[in-house]
Design a protein around this ligand. Structure first.
Ligand code: NIG
Ligand code: FE
Length: 403
């Protein structure tokens, strides 16, 4: 007997365990079905009404896989609302960073924060994310930039993981900026990361991925290559904040290093994208960051034409994207990337799961996968992308449990 049967679901889901690219990114399964759940997994999809403990009537409303937010900076001290007037007065995001603010002001606040406080704050975020349909989230460190604080952030993530319904994937991002102690000496910090911090973090087993901000004025391509090579050697899978502001060659580096994902890519060149297209690296696009920084939007249609698999995430962080509502990212992807609804669903479910190495268990509604399911207060996918600003979630089902 099933634990739960969701009747009369207007199901929309990508299919498979692997990231979908090209035309396949826009091919999703849509049908009115009943969905059965057993032991936290999807156990039945079809027209029959198998016997079940609980029954939920979806009333013909849209049902999709839980959203996967594969790029966030979840754990941080303070906020950065005081920088907004500076930005509106013309200060650039990277200028604020270069003058010791931006990421570095969050580093100061995170270093000073009690772990308990970081934990409680992130718990609020996670609860709200779940209410907005995000059932799996990635969390990057990178507001410590020293071993102790990076460890503190990763330990907070480990604690959050134990105590929350939402699944959390942990990424070490000690190369998020050059710490103030190493100002003008970034090579020394690179050496410290390579020789000391990365090996010590690897030993803790607290992070699966290693990410880096490869950007003009932060870590150049050569430094990034060095850091990523060390991370790879220590067993991390690789992610890169690549060509976010300037085309530095981050996309090509992601291809060269076999990164699981290249993120942002706002400024990526044709040759960078062509290099990516020859690999399995997933482009993680972050439309709210373009919106919030007033920067161009990544060339999603070009990437789709080249056959690059695309995921879309929130980039939730206190500076460039203080928003974790993926529904907003989806609408922006529709209007600004000109992606089609089916491509956007794929990008926020299956492809995002694959960017976290979770394609086998998450990202689609298929028998055997985790029962992370959203019933939307929307008749269909078009409506989900059309309304914006409000929360369109009706019901979240996480590993088979109605939240
Ligand atoms: O993805 N660019 C680097 N990291 C984040 C911003 C982090 C911050 O501003 O605190 C990003 O945009
Ligand atoms: Fe980011």
């Amino acid at each position: 007997m099933l634990d739960l049967l969701i009747e009369n679901a207007n199901l929309a889901t990508p299919l498979g365990n692997e990231a979908r690219r090209g035309a396949a990114a826009g091919e999703i399964f849509t049908e009115i079905v009943n969905i059965g759940v057993k032991d936290g997994k999807i156990a039945y999809i079809g027209a029959d009404l198998p016997e079940s403990g609980d029954v939920l009537d979806a009333g013909g409303w849209l049902v999709t896989p839980g959203l996967v937010d594969c790029h966030t900076h979840l754990v941080f001290g303070g906020f950065r609302h005081n920088e907004l007037p500076l930005k509106l007065a013309g200060a650039d995001y990277m200028e604020i960073l270069a003058s010791g603010g931006g990421i570095l002001s969050t580093v100061a606040a995170t270093r000073a924060a009690e772990p308990r406080k970081l934990y409680r704050k992130a718990t609020y975020f996670l609860n709200e994310m779940l209410e907005h349909g995000t059932t799996t989230v990635e969390a990057k460190s990178g507001y410590g930039l020293d071993f102790e604080t990076e460890l503190k952030q990763l330990q907070v993530v480990a604690e959050l993981r134990k105590n929350n319904d939402i699944d959390i994937v942990s990424t070490f991002m000690g190369a998020h900026a050059v710490p103030p102690e190493f100002k003008g000496n970034s090579d020394d910090y690179v050496d410290k990361l390579v020789n000391e911090i990365i090996p010590k973090i690897a030993e803790t087993g607290l992070a699966e991925f290693c990410d880096i901000f490869c950007e003009e004025g932060v870590f150049d391509v050569e430094q990034s290559r060095k850091i990523l090579a060390a991370a790879k050697e220590h067993g991390f899978k690789l992610k890169i904040h690549a060509d976010e502001i300037v085309d530095l060659g981050g996309a090509a580096l992601a291809a060269e290093m076999g990164a699981i994902s290249a993120e942002h890519l706002i400024a990526a060149s044709d040759s960078g994208l062509e290099a990516l297209a020859k690999t399995d690296t997933i482009a993680v696009l972050l439309p709210t960051t373009s919106f919030y920084l007033g920067k161009p939007f990544a060339r999603a249609r070009k990437m789709l034409d080249l056959g690059i698999p695309i995921a879309i995430a929130s980039d939730f962080n206190p500076g460039s994207s203080p928003n974790f509502n993926l529904q907003l990212s989806m609408t922006l992807a529709y209007l600004q990337y000109r992606m089609h609804p089916a491509e956007i669903l794929t990008a926020t479910t299956l492809n995002a799961a694959c960017a976290l190495n979770l394609g086998e268990t998450k990202g689609s509604i298929e028998v055997g996968k985790d029962a992370d399911i959203i019933i939307w207060d929307c008749p269909d996918l078009n409506f989900l992308l059309y309304r914006f600003g409000n929360n369109k979630v009706d019901t979240v089902i996480k590993r088979g449990v109605i939240m």
